[in-house]
Each structure stands twice: as structure tokens, then as C-alpha cells.
Design a protein around this ligand. Structure first.
Ligand SMILES: *Cc1c(COP(=O)(O)O)cnc(C)c1O
Length: 487
């Protein structure tokens, strides 16, 4: 059956036919060793038995049912679903990189260590930091690591009573979660009517227990906080440190540096800004950068250049917070990011962020008369619209609008985030989309808003043309079927 007629996906286990096994395992060319007694499994694993073409068709069909950047625009705010040049993947796939084993003698992995050290140098320059580790596997893991650095610093300075981290109410949900994981108490402060830090609320929240502040700037509503120097000073004056959530560096890379804004420690999502395909939960990298005052606490096994300049070695500071992950992090992502930064170069990095901001503003202006914006003025790399008025006038919600976009082959924006905006739709077009694509998406959205006024029921039922229609998202999240049972 073709993908269009086959409505119900079958699992590989269900397609299995006894005896149709393909066996591609090469003959053993080393001496055979028997497993110690009792270590062998009692029964053979029940693997599906399929021919190669069955498997190829199965995965092709699955791929047709999903939406990636290679299919069409993916303006999922706060996720930076930009197009990732294929050259980055090609470089990361070089056998010299993929064949590495993490316990190989150092002398045989000097090139890989140089790649890590070079990327560290470039990203420190871009962010205004002094040192960086690539161990954390994702953004939230980076936040946790960065907060442990802050904690180690306060403890080393005899300030064990510094137990509170201030986080604005617009923050990404991982921020308060990471504070809890790292053993801090989160103190939430409200945003002002521009979605920025309320300075009065910040001053009131600061006290001798303040260990630091976690902030993203531009914030999650896509606005650059102009009071940033004042904000970071308030925290420093209270003996706290400033953490920059740099998951999305797309608006500012090459323009301004978190280090110059007064931040002491940051994380970058290399899988967002620095061009690693993501979205399916695949490997990420939450690189953590810090100023020199925090460097003594960096995770164990830092890659550094030898003193005599002859190569690279691993070093561990006596005050390290220890390992946060096995070995050195997701190395393939380091190679992708290095290739990306090197191919953009000194001119390309700021041009990329400028185009990301330009594209977001082009879309914002093209939509604002039909989709009210949550906040006025120029945005950075993303903007947040609110569907409150549309919903009260027509009954069509942010969710309905997002689902209707699927019928146009466009991935929906981020919905109902940030939490401080009612009926929020958050768009991040990224720099890699052309003016023609932006125009198509603007036209599609204008048509959807028009449809809301004439035929709201049609939108309540959207999407209409996708293989899978509207899902029960709560059930999918609460009762996921992750296991196949053979009964
Ligand atoms: C994506 C994101 C994170 C979390 O990153 P993960 O890699 O998903 O853990 C944190 N903060 C912000 C602002 C983000 O957009």
C-alpha cells in the first residue's frame, strides 16, 4: 500500500515474517570467547524478521508523516529550527571523527582535542567568556552545570547561605527546574508591561541570600531588555552572580556579548543556534561558558593546550565540580558547530543574527494588523502574538490557528508559551528562510484569520489534509505507549 492509502502505521514487529531475516553480520575474525556461565540470556531476543526493502519502506513512510526543516518552514519560537547546512554533517561524519574511541591514547586524538579547543576559543570570543566546557548534553543540563559553578564559587568564598536564584516569570521552564536540581530556591519576579525585568521587583527580591540571577536576553517574548547593565549590577552589588540562558543566541551573536552585559556564566544550545539538526530528541550540546572567576570549578577533564604549545592535554582543577557527563560531551555536535562558525567567519556571524532579527520583524509587521502582538515595538529573533481577541470574537483559539497551519505545510509556532501571554503564538522564522517563504507564510496566516471569521468550525477541525488529524495531546503525553508487548 502507498503511504497515502495506508492510514494506520504498523510496527516493524507486526510486519515481521518468520524466516525473512537479513543477516549482514560479517564473519568473526578474532578468536571466539565464551561468555562466563550464567551470563548468557535464556531466550533469543525477539527481533523483527524483515527484508531490507521492508525496512526501507517502513522508515520512509514514517519520515513522510513528520515535518522537518527540509519539508518547509518551522517557525517554532524559542527552538531556532533553522536550516542546517549539510556540510556540517559531512564534516562530523568523517571517519577520523566517527571512529574515535574516548579512551584512546591522548597522542592519537590530538586533532579532536584541537577541534574542541578551537571551538572553545571562538565561542568565548562570541560570548565574552573566558572558558567553556562541552560536557553538558543539552540546554537544561548546561543550566544545571552553570548553577553548580555558581554554588561552588559561593561555597569557596564562605557564602553557604547564598541559596536563592532570582528568575523572571517569563523564563523558560527549565530555569526554575534547574535551580531546584542544583539545590537552590527559585525566587520568581514579575515582568513589567513590556515583558522585561521589573527593576523595582528585582531590587525588592535581592538580599543576602541571593546567589544569582538567571536571565535570557532577548527574553522569551523576543524583546531585548535595555536595562541589562543595571540589572546585572544590582545582582553583583548583592554579591550574586549572573547566569545567561543563551539557548537562543540567534539574535545577538556577533552583535553584543553576554560577558559585556555583566553575565558571569552562560550556556549555549549548540543544537539551536550553532546548527545541529534537532527536534526529535537527538543528541545536543549545552556548552557552558564562564568568566575566569568560575573557571576553577569547571567539570573534570578540561581540554587545554600544552604549556609548551606542542599539543593538547586534559587538565582537572582541584576545585572541580566533577564530571557532569561521561567523557567530553557529544563530540559530533562540537564538530558541526566548529564547521558552522568557521564557514560563517567574522563577517558571517553578525550577518546571520542581523538576518534572523530582520526576518522576525518582517513577519511581525506583515501580520500585526490581523494578529495583535503581545508587546509593541521592534522584536529580536522572535515575536509573540496573542489570539485572545480572535478567540472571544470567533471562538477560534491559538491551538486552532496552529493546527490550520499544518494544512499549508507549515509547522506551527510555539503555542501557549511564554506563560505570561494569554493565547500565545510565538514565531521564530530564523535567518535561513527567504522573503518568498516568509510572504507565503504571512499570506497563509492571513487566510486562516479570515477563515476564523467566516467558518470557525472548519478551523476547530483542522488539520484536514494531514495523514494524522488532530491528536489527543493530553492522552499522548500522559499515556504514551512506549513498549510493544508480544501477546
Ligand atoms: C530550548 C531552551 C532551553 C532548554 O534547552 P534543552 O536543550 O531543550 O534542554 C532553555 N532555555 C531556553 C530559553 C530555551 O529556548
Amino acid at each position: 500500500m502507498s503511504a497515502n492509502t495506508k492510514k494506520q502505521m504498523t510496527l516493524l514487529f507486526e510486519e515481521s515474517v518468520k524466516g525473512r531475516m537479513i543477516d549482514l553480520i560479517p564473519d568473526c575474525d578474532v578468536p571466539k570467547k565464551e561468555l562466563p556461565a550464567g551470563m548468557e540470556r535464556a531466550a533469543k531476543p525477539r527481533l523483527p524478521e524483515l527484508s531490507e526493502i521492508d525496512i526501507a519502506r517502513h522508515y520512509t513512510e514514517l519520515a513522510k508523516r513528520t515535518h522537518g526543516v527540509n519539508d518547509g518552514m518551522y517557525p517554532l519560537g524559542s527552538c531556532t529550527m533553522k536550516y542546517n547546512p549539510k556540510i556540517n554533517d559531512e564534516m562530523a561524519s568523517l571517519p577520523g571523527f566517527t571512529g574515535l574511541y574516548p579512551l584512546q591514547p591522548r597522542a592519537t586524538v590530538q586533532g579532536a582535542m584541537e577541534a574542541m579547543q578551537t571551538l572553545e576559543t571562538y565561542l568565548c570570543e562570541i560570548t565574552g567568556m573566558n572558558r567553556m566546557t562541552f560536557q553538558p548534553s543539552a540546554g537544561a543540563h548546561g543550566e544545571y552545570t552553570g548553577l553548580l559553578l555558581i554554588k561552588a564559587y559561593h561555597h569557596a568564598n564562605g557564602n553557604k547561605d547564598k541559596t536563592e536564584i532570582i528568575v523572571p516569570d517569563s523564563a523558560h521552564g527549565t530555569n526554575p527546574a534547574s535551580c531546584t536540581m542544583a539545590g537552590f530556591k527559585t525566587v520568581t519576579i514579575p515582568s513589567d508591561d513590556q515583558g522585561c525585568v521589573d527593576l523595582e521587583a528585582l531590587r525588592n527580591a535581592v538580599n543576602e541570600k541571593t546567589a544569582g540571577l538567571m536571565l535570557t536576553n532577548p527574553n522569551t517574548v523576543g524583546i531585548f531588555d535595555k536595562n541589562i547593565l543595571e540589572i546585572t549590577k544590582i545582582i553583583h552589588d548583592a554579591g550574586g552572580l549572573n547566569y545567561y540562558d543563551g539557548a537562543n543566541l540567534n539574535a545577538i551573536m556577533g552583535q553584543v556579548r553576554p560577558g559585556d552585559m555583566g553575565f558571569d556564566v552562560i550556556h549555549l544550545n549548540l543544537h539551536k543556534t550553532f546548527s545541529t539538526p534537532h527536534g526529535g530528541g537527538g543528541p545536543g550540546s549545552g556548552a557552558v561558558g564562564c568568566k575566569s572567576i568560575l573557571a576553577p570549578y569547571l567539570p573534570k577533564d578540561e581540554v587545554v593546550a600544552n604549556e609548551d604549545g606542542s599539543g593538547f592535554e586534559l587538565r582537572t582543577s582541584p576545585d572541580t565540580i566533577g564530571k557532569v557527563r561521561s567523557f567530553y560531551g557529544n563530540f559530533g555536535i562540537v564538530v558541526r558547530a566548529l564547521c558552522y562558525v568557521m564557514s560563517l567567519g567574522r563577517e558571517g556571524v553578525p550577518e546571520t543574527s542581523a538576518n534572523a532579527v530582520l526576518n522576525a520583524n518582517y513577519m511581525r509587521v506583515g501580520l500585526q494588523d490581523v494578529m495583535p502582538m503581545a508587546f509593541d515595538g521592534i522584536c529580536m529573533h522572535e515575536f509573540v502574538a496573542t489570539m485572545t481577541a480572535l478567540k472571544s470574537e470567533t471562538g477560534v483559539s491559538a491551538l486552532d490557528v496552529a493546527k490550520a497551519m499544518l494544512d499549508y505545510g507549515i509547522h506551527p509556532p510555539t503555542m501557549y508559551f511564554p506563560l505570561i501571554v494569554d493565547e500565545a503564538l510565538m514565531f521564530e522564522p530564523t535567518e535561513t528562510e527567504s522573503k518568498e517563504t516568509l510572504d507565503e507564510v504571512i499570506t497563509a496566516l492571513r487566510e486562516i484569520i479570515e477563515k476564523a471569521k467566516t467558518d470557525p468550525d472548519y478551523l476547530h477541525g483542522a488539520p484536514h489534509n494531514t495523514v494524522v488529524r488532530r491528536l489527543d495531546e493530553v492522552k499522548a503525553a500522559r499515556e504514551p505507549k512506549l513498549r510493544y508487548s508480544f501477546e
